[in-house]
Ligand binder design. Sequence first.
Ligand SMILES: [Zn+2]
Length: 466
Amino acid sequence: MICVFNTLTRKKEEFVPLKKGRVGMYVCGPTVYDHDHIGHAWNYTTSDLLRRLFEYNGYKVKQVMNITDVGHLTSDADIGEDKLEKSARERGETAWQIAKFFTKIYLLDRDKLNLEKPQVICKATDHIKEMIRLVQILIDKGYGYETNDGIYFDTAKFKDYGKLSGNTLERLKEGARVEINPEKRNPSDFALWKFSPAGKKRDMEWKAFGKMGFPGWHIECSAMSMKYLGENFDLHTGGEDNIFPHHECERAQSEAATAKKFVNYWFHTRFLMVEGEKMSKSLKNFFTIKDLEDKGYSALDLRYLFLTAHYRSQLNFTWQSLEAAKIAREKLNNFILSVKGKGKVNKNYKDQFLSFINNDLDTARGLALIWQLLKDKDISDADKKAAILDFDQFLGLRLAKLKKKKNIIPKKIIQLVKEREKARKDKDWARSDELRQLIEKEGFSVEDTKNGPIIATFFCGKKSTW
Ligand SMILES: [Zn+2]
């Protein structure tokens, strides 16, 4: 039995699929206008773990992920420039170029984090027709209405509005700011489709409803999820910040259009904190995968750190915790590399592992079980290795693909050592010292012996005779 916390009911529920043995899941993908930070990585990694959880339990999963390569307004008041066009203008490129570039970076980051590739990756710009069709249905059914600057969804007509986030119409009315568009019937009404501002040529715009325009913030996810997974599907994942307004609006427009339940289980990952603070541009605590790599960490160290926390807890990222994750992962890697021979997966441990992760994705206890297993004197190393490799199909730490690090001395270092030998023969001690410093700068040391110099790397302490 698999249990997941459902945001819609605010309860942990037993997962019952629509079709036996199958899961259809949709993940809100990135808006490709900038680098993703580790908060995004945390969200995508938990979606990946949820998918792996089902696969590990024998389900056949269809995972669909969108790439938001158009639209996404900078404010929920539905005004202003959208993020892609803004980024394009700032970088002196077109929105199409920006989207293509950051999609590539995003997919590379996914690979580094060892996230499984969704069966369907769909770009918003490839689904404009589907979005227009959906907006037309909403107009025909009386949910969509036209204003000067676009077509809006009438939230007062959809009685369930606010059920997912708890932001009911009444509450939103109380907290409403001064409305920019006085034609909106309710403050909570949101744009389904926007018209291009008069006299302004956008990089991305399409002809629909008699004018040039572009999709609203939420419509793409309704159009694409229903296209690939059906009007009612099992699971929708995303970050906590997606609940409102994005998922609330997605749900409203989908259910209004089909008169069916849209999603059975809504799964949300909490915010990631950095050094005890919320990530923000002003605090400069936005870290990307590349920032981590520049400091000598691998994306898999970050994945390990994610596994130590529960997706509904507020994970606090610190460099210290990343260092601890790196050390732990290295220990685990070394164990796997050091054990030879094939063992068997211990049933007791496997059952325990399943009971942890099937309980609302409790990865932390699953991971802790591995360390308990490593200390267990009654189980052979080969059996331990077999169990850990089995668990790693879910954990995704790439343990089955580990290779022993070869202790290779770069050509450049060998060349420097040769030069130094020559300087020593010529009794040019100043030059010899200078070369030693150059070698040490590269992370190597050189030791003079009767049989010639020995080069060692500072990093792993291994020695190799040249
Ligand atoms: Zn979405």
